[in-house]
Design a protein around this ligand. Structure first.
Ligand code: FDA
Length: 309
């Protein structure tokens, strides 16, 4: 949101280019992507998580990767997500897991995706842990909500939660409905290119809708994860919680690995829960591109590393 729309479109379009993708994927870690990615393997990521936990930060681990094209890839992604729970327990990490449904086969067959998701949430329950379903672009919003509801019915809010995007017009209604079910929600502004017919084109509207839907969910007494690096929306949540006597236990702040590190620590010192979304894996490029699209300074940082290497 901090980037103008044209810049954002260019970066996100380049992210779809195979030549660019291959080049950056092969050289990017050396060029500075590791500032935003905790490693290419789960074992490397576990070391970073341990460090974050030792400072008091909570974590959600995400095995990066998006839409898969075969059933085998979808099953492999589900197996990796399940393996994260074993590594969390073996290393006594304070972390849950985030997943993307297109990675679990949503684009191939929603039933395949559901089976994979069900296995992962069952594993989370066995480990007394939690799965957060990330939200992707608008063609899959409704089906993501539908599949969330199915696993939610089986496993409940202790083991599965969803993400909602404040840039979509529909989200206020979704939050109202999901709130009535008692769902734990992560609130984000939204990271994809969306048309103005379905999403607020202006940042100020996205921001004010963010505050509105967080307030709605908190007022309904439902667990809320405020996932933003924007001090204005963070301060508004703090103010709203104080004014309405909402306990710090009912919400947490979340930020992405490597972004606004000082702010993460400052909130922790103030007594708030802070969770770091920690991505790892070989296919980190689309995730990385969205971070660059959000903030041109990240592209400059990356370009400088390229010239240095
Ligand atoms: P905004 O873009 O207004 O930025 C506010 C300030 O934060 C900037 O001025 C800058 O200082 C800092 N900042 C923001 N982005 C930065 C970056 N990339 N690098 C450096 N500084 C930056 N989206 C989605 O569509 N589906 C999802 O499931 C998720 N999941 C998710 C989890 C978590 C934990 C977070 C924090 C974010 C997501 N997102 C997401 C991404 C989200 O939608 C959004 O694109 C980014 O968080 C950027 O928006 P901000 O709210 O940070 O504010």
């Amino acid at each position: 949101m901090a980037f103008d729309n044209l810049g954002r479109k260019v970066v996100l379009t380049l992210a779809g280019n195979r030549v660019v993708t291959n080049f950056v994927s092969n050289h990017g870690m050396k060029m500075g992507a590791k500032r935003f990615i905790a490693g290419e393997s789960l074992e490397e990521a576990a070391i970073r998580v341990k460090e974050l936990n030792s400072e008091g930060l909570l974590v959600t681990l995400d095995h990066v990767g998006e839409s898969v094209s075969t059933k085998e890839e979808a099953i492999e992604a589900a197996n990796e997500a399940m393996k994260i729970f074993d590594i969390i327990d073996q290393n006594q990490l304070n972390s849950n897991v985030s997943v993307k449904l297109t990675q679990l086969g949503l684009g191939i067959d929603p039933e395949l995706c559901y089976e994979n998701l069900d296995k992962i949430v069952a594993k989370a329950k066995k480990h007394n842990n939690f799965v957060r379903i990330d939200i992707e672009d608008s063609p899959v919003t409704q089906i993501t909500i539908d599949l969330f509801k199915r696993v939610f019915e089986t496993y409940g809010k202790e083991h599965v939660g969803l993400v909602v995007q404040s840039y979509l017009y529909r989200t206020e209604k979704d939050v109202d409905e999901l709130g009535k079910m008692g769902a734990s929600l992560r609130f984000v502004k939204g990271a994809y290119k969306e048309p103005k017919e379905i999403a607020f084109p202006l940042k100020k509207d996205v921001d004010s809708n963010f505050n509105k839907i967080v307030a709605l969910h908190l007022k309904n007494g439902q667990y809320s994860a405020i996932a933003s690096h924007d001090e204005n929306v963070i301060n508004e949540t703090k103010r709203f919680a104080k004014e309405n006597n909402i306990s710090n236990d009912l919400f947490e702040f979340q930020m992405l690995y490597g972004i606004r590190n000082e702010l993460q620590r400052q909130l922790l010192k103030e007594g708030y829960k802070v969770r770091v979304y920690t991505p790892y894996g070989k296919h980190w490029y689309p995730y990385f591109s969205r971070r660059v699209a959000e903030r041109p300074a990240n592209a400059l940082f990356f370009a400088k590393s390229l010239f240095r290497s």
